[in-house]
Design a protein around this ligand. Structure first.
Ligand code: URA
Length: 443
């Protein structure tokens, strides 16, 4: 008979003492069996919120949440299984480009993605802009797509880390979301359930990110990197700048179009290119598909220049139910907003800084994001041609182009974008890669 008592376990955390990893597992296992009540989950979350967990307990929490449902097994594949996770930003369509590049370089990417959260966009919403594409295929189709094509980007399946679903809902309702241990276990339990060999984390930092300062981003990045490695997945992290949109588009169909233009070579935003390359290099190194960064860079360049990454993306879209000619004729398929207008600044000058969060909020105001969890979104709306920091704006160069469902929402979004853009002197250029976080063996 088990001697584990949930109330004693919670009291240990409440009093700031060390909990045994085995007890963490008993607590999480008790969620599925009913031995642990919702009231105890919320008390646990609040105790962790105030006192946090030591590294071994954080690893145990992540592993127990991962094992609360299905853990995918890819032993039938003849290459490494790799993935990336971003903490969320504006114009962050890296996943759309990165997954087919890694597949073209010999890796396999079973990418389980999420919807928009707060002011940030979500990869799944971008794929929902493609008519017919299924973000919830059955398991057999998902596995075939990864095996035959090398990547599949889909949503969280029913039985993937169900303990996280339960705990997350309670955290949302009990003001206990913002805790590094809980965020780490929540993000990683889902990623690790995908059965990965290697992972890279893109921890965003700045005005468009959840982590506004480098020190906050560093704490989260270190926690994620240490716990993922502690759970046996080779993982590194990059802290990247989110003080301006990453791509020049923000919205769903417009970001999909931007990614297609990137893959086909029609247009490549330079900051998006740099972040994508750096993340892909980490993944190829983790998967031992290359021996160094230079070899990785040339493999990635070849995957793009040869058109192989674009071809893989097209095959994935077709296999998951989308149009076979999406890359040849994206405008024929992606939803188009009825009102498309330039937004000009009121004065000429250089873009000196951007309140990037406001761009994400403007996408929501246009109808391209959710105000409530069950809101239907309009995939056609958003912005493109967003001017990066340093751009000279004048009567010929607008701040951006708005895609809106009507003139009134276009006007409101234009007002928000003008307020988000500060115009003045040309600023000094800043690095997009702020810091690299690697696993420290001593921890
Ligand atoms: N995303 C998650 O999946 N979980 C969190 O706790 C925060 C962000």
């Amino acid at each position: 008979m088990s001697t584990f008592l949930p109330q004693e376990f919670i009291a240990t955390i409440r009093d700031g003492k060390t909990v045994a990893p085995g007890d963490v597992k008993s607590f999480i296992d008790g969620i599925a069996t009913g031995a642990v009540s919702d009231a105890q989950i919320s008390a646990f979350a609040m105790a962790v919120f105030f006192n946090d967990l030591a590294a071994p307990a954080k690893v145990a929490l992540t592993e127990a949440m991962r094992d609360s449902g299905d853990v995918l097994n890819w032993s039938d594949l003849d290459g490494p299984v790799l993935d990336k996770h971003s903490t969320g930003g504006i114009g962050d369509n890296v996943s759309l480009i990165l997954a087919p590049i890694i597949a073209a370089c010999g890796g396999f990417v079973p990418m389980i993605s999420g919807r928009g959260l707060g002011h940030t966009g979500g990869t799944l919403d971008k794929f929902d802009a493609i008519p017919g594409y299924s973000t919830s295929p059955d398991n057999a189709l998902f596995r075939n797509c990864v095996k035959q094509i090398g990547c599949a980007i889909i949503g969280q399946t029913g039985n993937l880390a169900p303990a996280d679903k339960k705990i997350y809902a309670i955290r949302s309702a009990t003001a206990t979301v913002e805790n590094t241990s809980l965020i780490t276990a929540s993000i990683l339990s889902k990623k690790l359930a995908a059965g990965l060999d290697g992972l890279v984390l893109d921890v965003k930092c700045g005005s468009g990110a959840f982590m506004q300062t480098v020190s906050q981003a560093r704490i989260l990045a270190n926690s994620l990197v240490d716990v993922a490695n502690g759970a046996g997945v080779k993982t590194s992290g990059l802290i990247t700048d989110m003080n301006q949109p990453l791509a020049s588009a923000a919205g769903n169909a417009v970001e999909m179009q931007n990614a297609i233009d990137f893959l086909t070579g029609k247009h490549r935003d330079s900051r998006l290119l740099e972040v994508t390359f750096k993340l892909c290099i980490e993944m190829l190194l983790h998967g031992k598909l290359v021996t160094g960064a230079d070899e990785a860079r040339s493999k990635i360049t070849k995957a793009l220049q040869s058109g192989r990454a674009a071809e893989i993306f097209a095959h994935m879209v077709k296999m998951l139910g989308g149009p076979a000619d999406l890359l040849d004729a994206p405008q024929k398929h992606l939803p188009k907003a009825p009102v498309i207008k330039d937004i000009f600044a009121e004065t000429s000058g250089h873009v000196s800084s951007i309140d990037t969060r406001q761009i994400g909020l403007a996408v929501i105001v246009l109808g391209g994001g959710r105000k409530r969890p069950d809101d239907q979104i309009d995939y056609s709306v958003g912005f493109d041609q967003l001017a990066p920091i340093g751009t000279k704006l004048d009567i010929n160069r607008p701040i951006a182009r708005v895609h809106a469902r009507d003139a009134t929402s276009a006007q409101e979004a234009a007002r928000m974008i003008r307020a988000a853009y500060n115009i003045g002197d040309q600023p000094d250029s800043t690095n997009i890669i702020i810091e690299r976080i690697d696993f420290k063996e001593s921890q």
